[in-house]
Design a protein around this ligand. Structure first.
Ligand code: AMP
Length: 280
């Protein structure tokens, strides 16, 4: 595995790569969820490129950019052991020379749910993803369903900006209690981990209520709110049932609905989602 730390070197190498290039972008702080991406991408590609770049543009001043638990040595081992040919770890200075004055705005979808809770977050994500696409020119990329709104935004970017890149969706990898794996899970103390397990239980409850033909979204989200709100360690940011294309709230369930939520537990801000549908 070759480690690359500059855009110029990455571009020069890319020029001489032939065959199908798969790309797995990450922030670093790798876990088994990321490994699922690497394994899937490895099977589909001739050359596998993975990046680790803690993108400051997608963190607000009050978020955990400086605490984000990254262990570069461990991440590089994981890349190497999972078939990565080129590990791209650019420096902030190289990625943001003199800071950007040009940004990619994903539009209305960037202002709801995660975008509403984290203003500017998706402009930061969209801008870095477009930069990485231009530097790496992959044939396909993997993105995780855990970050459902991000996944939708990347699909829009590929279509709207005419990138010739295929997207491979990776289902959410969970631990044995159902908690979606996340780099931020390392912040959880043992009591907090028990509280975090309730996130998936509440999504399952929502899915069950939908299957029992409760079509009123508020009825379902109120039930989940009550369940999570009982736990003093959980602070709810939002619980919404949305259209999976626009991420706008739907008052009553239709054919395709996504139940999305964000909570804070201790130092960890956690998000998760599940597709919910009625039985009809
Ligand atoms: P991150 O490093 O958190 O930005 O994640 C990099 C990629 O891994 C993104 O496409 C995420 O959606 C995806 N990802 C994060 N957690 C999981 C998980 N538990 N299961 C599957 N994919 C994940």
């Amino acid at each position: 595995m070759k480690i690359i730390r500059s855009i110029l070197e990455m571009r020069n190498l890319r020029k001489n790569i032939s065959g199908l290039v798969g790309f797995v972008p990450t922030l670093g702080g790798l876990h088994d969820g990321h490994i699922a991406h690497l394994n899937k991408a490895k099977k589909k590609s001739d050359i596998l490129i993975a990046s680790s770049f803690l993108n400051p543009l997608q963190f607000s001043a009050k978020e955990d950019l400086y605490a984000y638990p990254i262990n570069e040595k461990k991440d590089l081992e994981i890349f190497k052991n999972n078939g990565v040919d080129y590990a791209f770890l650019p420096t902030k200075e190289d990625m943001y020379q003199n800071l950007n004055s040009t940004f990619v705005d994903p539009g209305e979808i960037a202002n709801v749910c995660e975008g509403k809770s984290r203003p500017g977050h998706f402009i930061g994500v969209a801008t870095i993803v477009v930069k990485l696409f231009n530097i790496i020119e992959p044939n396909f990329v993997t993105f995780g369903q855990k970050d459902a709104q991000q996944l939708r935004i990347i699909k829009n970017i590929i279509k709207d900006l005419s990138f010739e890149i295929k997207i491979v969706e990776i289902p959410t990898i969970r631990d044995k209690e159902g908690l979606a794996l996340s780099t931020r899970n390392t912040y959880l103390r043992s009591e907090e981990k028990k509280s975090a397990n309730k996130i998936y239980q509440s999504l399952i409850m929502g899915s069950k209520l939908a299957k029992e033909n409760n079509i009123n979204s508020k009825f379902i989200t109120d039930k989940i709110f009550s369940k999570l709100n009982e736990d003093p360690l959980i602070t709810i940011e939002y619980i919404e049932i949305v259209d999976p294309i626009t991420f706008n709230q739907v008052p009553s369930l239709s054919q395709n609905n996504l139940l999305v939520l964000a909570v804070k537990i201790g130092k960890a801000r956690l998000i998760d989602n599940i597709n919910i549908n009625t039985n009809e």
